[in-house]
Design a protein around this ligand. Structure first.
Ligand code: FPP
Length: 260
């Protein structure tokens, strides 16, 4: 993707204008998960190849990381590539791979400067060596950072993550390191890729589709969900502020009844 093409995609993205204020810190979610859906449809609507949608989606991602950092969100998790995405046409898979590597190579210094801590959720073994090394380097470089935690789900599946945790715990029980009676929610949480992170407070899926698509199934157990109809490349700071206001207005009861 050359620089001219990239500038055109930037230009085509919806500009942000918002009259709304960001809710106070105590009303903001600690952990937001994003299903960045609709890149392909955004591109098709403009008679562009699907890869152009992913490139424009990268611009949206850059803006949203900046906003989450500014709004003091603790954890931002994004679904970049699912275990099911390998079944897409080969050219799309390889365009996505290239885009992801390019993003990390070109953005890592700026993210590091902001104190962003990058963690990959998923199995990197299946990735081509160039991609794997770029991702491992990004994690290593930012591992002691104390700012926004950016979790990137790549070759990730929620069910596979739960099975992986169950296997780890069974192994500990078989070796005698853990007693079966000690298996509880925290024990399972500690075996997830997101170990140490708060559970997801807010899940945002763009594009209007209304499903979880195997994303963070364990961590979203009491998450508020917003299905925002805009395609991901048009998702911007103003849309995020709108969604944060909707979240702040929700009554989170966690299965209890209202006390006041
Ligand atoms: C879903 O849209 C989006 C993806 C499968 C990929 C998301 C990737 C990016 C935003 C690129 C940048 C990522 C990183 C980590 C730099 P879709 O293709 O399923 O769209 P459709 O539903 O309209 O077909």
């Amino acid at each position: 993707m050359n620089a001219d093409a990239m500038n055109i995609f930037k230009f085509l993205r919806k500009k942000h204008t918002s009259a709304l204020a960001v809710p106070p810190l105590e009303k903001r979610p600690r952990h937001i998960a994003f299903i960045m859906d609709g890149n392909g449809r955004w591109a098709q609507k403009r008679s562009l190849p699907r890869s152009a949608g992913h490139a424009a989606g990268t611009e949206a991602l850059r803006e949203i990381i900046k906003a989450c950092d500014e709004f003091k969100i603790e954890v931002m998790s994004i679904y970049a590539f699912s275990t099911e995405n390998w079944n897409r046409p080969q050219e799309e898979v390889s365009a996505l791979m290239k885009l992801i590597t390019k993003y990390f190579v070109s953005e890592i210094d700026e993210l590091h400067e902001k104190g962003v801590k990058i963690k990959i959720l998923g199995e990197l073994e299946k990735f081509p060596e160039e991609q794997r090394l770029a991702l491992e380097k990004a994690m290593e470089k930012t591992k002691d950072n104390k700012g926004l935690k950016l979790n990137i789900a790549l070759n990730y599946g929620g069910r596979a993550e739960i099975v992986r945790a169950a296997k780890a715990i069974s192994g500990k029980c078989v070796s005698g390191e853990m007693d079966v009676d000690k298996i509880d929610y925290d024990a399972l949480s500690n075996e997830m890729y997101t170990s140490g992170d708060p559970d997801v407070d807010l899940l945002i899926r763009t594009s209007g589709d209304k499903r979880l698509s195997n994303f963070l199934l364990w961590q979203t157990w009491y998450a508020e969900i917003i299905f925002n109809p805009v395609f991901w490349p048009d998702y911007n700071r103003a849309e995020l502020i709108k969604d944060l206001n909707e979240y702040a207005a929700r009554d989170r009861r966690f299965g209890r009844v209202k006390t006041k």
